[in-house]
Design a protein around this ligand. Structure first.
Ligand code: SAM
Ligand code: SF4
Ligand code: SF4
Length: 348
């Protein structure tokens, strides 16, 4: 057997052109969403007549599984299921079940807006889901309404988080995006809600993903501002990362009442350790959240490529990767007016 025909797993984890290993795969299983968060899918654009992907263009589970297995052969050991809203994908637990049986995957996580989580938490846990992250931008009903475009229900999201605990999903996290002028008035109340619980609240800086949210840097609340605000009420101290390349900076309350995380993609980019590839719900592979184009895997499957050939394609995409958009942004080197994929489409 020539080296060219060999399984490429001897190279794993494969490295990109900047030496970053391929360790994580984020799979968007659904472009639709039942919320209309102003920073992600503003109602003006995603109204009732908006044409989302027809269901037949969605990558079927068997194809997602095949692509995921080939990523695992090249070094991926963490999978995150996301969207749009992943819990809108029918029979999602079947996909989780199939993924959980793949040798080499050590962690399967889900990011959700939580509104359907109470219904599915135990089924997903039984299928093999390890962790869940719930996005919740405010504990105040009015701010919640503003952020979600008047959709969903705060009570149902909170019930979803509770049910995830009952189902014993590990390591539950809550992610909050704070947008200046929209939901920056009740930050301490949100912190207080999750303080003294095992749930880790993480603040994500509002980013310029896609083109439709008309991002203004002035609307991003830098993490350091929130650290200062929270620290003045409940003193905080920094904590060592859980593992190398962890994107969130960790802080704990000095009184022992839990932990917070800060994901500072705007003020402290972490491209240098970014090990994530993304698969959109219609089967395109992206190397970066801020990419303009992706590589379609559907023809690979339609043409009957072998696993070895699929791995070669993935290898060639990853080894050419040089994306580091957030670092370039912080150096004012990003192209003005660059067309970027939208986050609801590529997945968070
Ligand atoms: N619908 C699910 C949810 O909201 O958790 C999963 C998909 S959503 C695109 C994933 C994450 O992306 C959410 O935590 C959301 O807050 C975050 N997000 C979306 N647009 C963002 C932006 N412009 N800046 C920062 N985070 C954003
Ligand atoms: Fe939907 Fe999540 Fe985007 Fe909000 S952030 S609109 S819940 S995909
Ligand atoms: Fe990774 Fe791109 Fe984000 Fe940098 S900007 S951390 S390369 S997804």
């Amino acid at each position: 057997m020539t080296k060219n025909q060999q399984n490429l797993s001897y190279l794993k984890p494969i490295k990109d052109s900047l030496g970053r290993p391929l360790k994580d795969l984020r799979i968007s299983v659904m472009d639709r969403c039942n919320f209309r968060c102003t920073y992600c899918m503003p109602e003006e654009k995603y109204h009732s007549k908006f044409k989302f992907l027809p269901s037949k263009q969605r990558l079927p589970f068997e194809h997602i599984l095949r692509i995921a297995k080939n990523f695992v052969s090249l070094g991926v050991d963490k999978i995150r299921i996301t969207g749009g809203e992943p819990l809108l994908r029918v029979n999602l637990a079947d996909l989780i079940g199939d993924l959980s049986r793949v040798d080499g995957i050590r962690d399967i996580a889900l990011t959700t807006n939580g509104v359907l989580l109470a219904k599915y938490a135990s089924e997903l846990k039984a299928a093999g889901l390890n962790r869940v992250t719930v996005s919740l931008d405010s504990i105040d009903p009015n701010e919640f309404k503003t952020m979600t475009g008047g959709r969903g229900s705060l009570d149902r999201v909170l019930a979803g988080i509770e049910e995830a605990q009952v189902a014993r999903l590990n390591n539950i996290k809550v992610n909050a995006v704070i947008k200046r002028g929209s939901n920056d008035q009740k930050i301490l109340e949100l912190v207080e809600h999750f303080r003294s619980t095992p749930i880790v609240l993480r603040f994500i800086e509002y980013m310029d993903v896609g083109n439709i949210n008309h991002w203004k840097k002035s609307e991003t609340v830098p993490s350091r501002e929130i650290v200062k605000l929270v620290g003045a009420k409940w003193p905080l101290e920094g904590v060592e990362p859980n593992y190398e390349g962890e994107v969130a900076s960790r802080y704990r309350f000095k009184d022992g009442k839990g932990e917070l995380g800060f994901i500072s993609s705007v003020t402290k980019p972490f491209c240098g350790s970014c090990s994530r590839a993304r698969l959109s719900s219609d089967g395109k592979l992206y190397n970066c959240l801020f990419a303009s184009t992706g590589k379609d895997v559907k023809p690979w499957l339609a043409e009957g490529l072998t696993d070895h050939e699929i791995q070669q394609r993935i290898y060639s995409i990853w080894s050419e990767r040089a994306d580091r958009y957030s670092e370039l942004r912080s150096l004012n080197l990003t192209e003005v007016g660059k067309q970027k994929v939208e986050m609801y489409y590529i997945g968070g």
